[in-house]
Design a protein around this ligand. Sequence first.
Ligand SMILES: Nc1ncnc2c1ncn2[C@@H]1O[C@H](COP(=O)(O)OP(=O)(O)OP(=O)(O)O)[C@@H](O)[C@H]1O
Length: 262
Amino acid sequence: MKPKIVVKNLTKYFGDKKVLDEISFEVYEGEIFGLLGHNGAGKTTTLRILTGIIEEYTGYVEINGKIGYLPEERGLYRDEKVVDVLKFFGELAGMERGEIAKSIDYWLNKLKISNYKNSKIKELSKGNQQKVQFIVSVIHNPDIVILDEPFSGLDVVNVKLLRDIIFELKNEGKTVILSTHQLEKIEKLCDRVLILKKGKAVHYGKIENICRKMAYIEYLDNGKLIKKEMPYEDAILILKEKSEDIVKFEVRYSLEEIFLDE
Ligand SMILES: Nc1ncnc2c1ncn2[C@@H]1O[C@H](COP(=O)(O)OP(=O)(O)OP(=O)(O)O)[C@@H](O)[C@H]1O
C-alpha cells in the first residue's frame, strides 16, 4: 500500500542554523506515528513542513491525503462563540453547511463539551479551549491528522479522553502523527516512532524494537516490599526464584533510557 507520507532527506536551515538534518521516514495508513524529542529537536518544524506552512526546505516530501492540523501554538478567536469558530473552520475547509452542523455536534459531544456550544471561547477553561482547537483539526474529516503536542495542558481525564479518540481515529483507518516531548504519554499509543535529537533522526521504528525491554517488579524479600525496574531478563530470574512473593510484574519498554543515553 502507498504510504500516506513519504519524507526523504529532509533538511531545513533557519539562517545558518541547520534544524533538520537529512530526516527520512514514512507513515502508513491507519497507524499512529510519534515524533519524539526534547525541546528544540525539530518536531514542530517537521510538522510545519508536512502541513505546507514552511515551504522552504530541501529534500522530498510526499503527502497522500487530506490533512487536519493541531498547531503547537494554540489560539482561537477569543470573543467568538465555539459554534461560530467551528463553522468558520468548516467553511474554510470547503464543507457544506449541513455537513458542518452535523460534524460540530458529533465532535462537541465526543469531547464532552456540548454544553459550551454557544459560549465564547474566552469563557472556556484552557483544556476546553484546547478541545475546541482539536475539533478544528478533525472537523473536515481528514484522513491524516497531525497533532503537535496534543496532550500539553490537558488533565489526566482529558489525556485519556484524547488518547481514546486517537485510537478511534486509527480504527477508522485514519493516519495520526503526533509530536511530544512527554514520553510516558505515547509509549503505549504509537505504532512506530521517529526520535529526533538536535535535528537528526536517532531512532526510527517500532517502540519494542528500539527500546530495551524492561520489567517493573514488586516482591517481598524477608517481609520487606522491594520495588524495582530492571532489565527484563533479570526480572524473569526473580520471577522464577520468588514466584510466591511477587506482588506485581509489569513489562515496560524504556524509551526514557534512549532519551537519556543520547
Ligand atoms: N522561525 C524560526 N526561526 C528561527 N529558528 C527557528 C524557527 N522555528 C524554529 N527554530 C529553531 O529550530 C529548532 C527546532 O525547533 P522546533 O520548534 O522544530 O523544535 P521542537 O522539537 O518542536 O521543540 P519544542 O518542543 O520546543 O517546540 C530550534 O532550535 C528553534 O529555535
